[in-house]
Write a protein that binds this ligand. Sequence first.
Ligand SMILES: [Zn+2]
Ligand SMILES: [Zn+2]
Length: 90
Amino acid sequence: MNCANHTDVAAVAYCRTCGKALCANCTRDVQGTVYCESCLAARLNQPFAPGQGVAAPVPPQPFEGEAKPGLLAASSSPPTGLDLLAASQS
Ligand SMILES: [Zn+2]
Ligand SMILES: [Zn+2]
């Protein structure tokens, strides 16, 4: 049998997917498996099996809405209150 693309060239392999006869110039060897060029292109366009969509990881949510403004302000600037109190008493 001759190559499906080159009818005057003897086939050396067959496409694993469609069974097309391929000559040495037409074989697309991928990790030991022979494909024709069109099947390899189709395979490259579908690298993952359908229905196996990867869900995006959910990042940890910040503590929005649970933070206490008074506590946060007191911890962020502790000396300010004492300084103001001392200044007002002097
Ligand atoms: Zn093929
Ligand atoms: Zn060929």
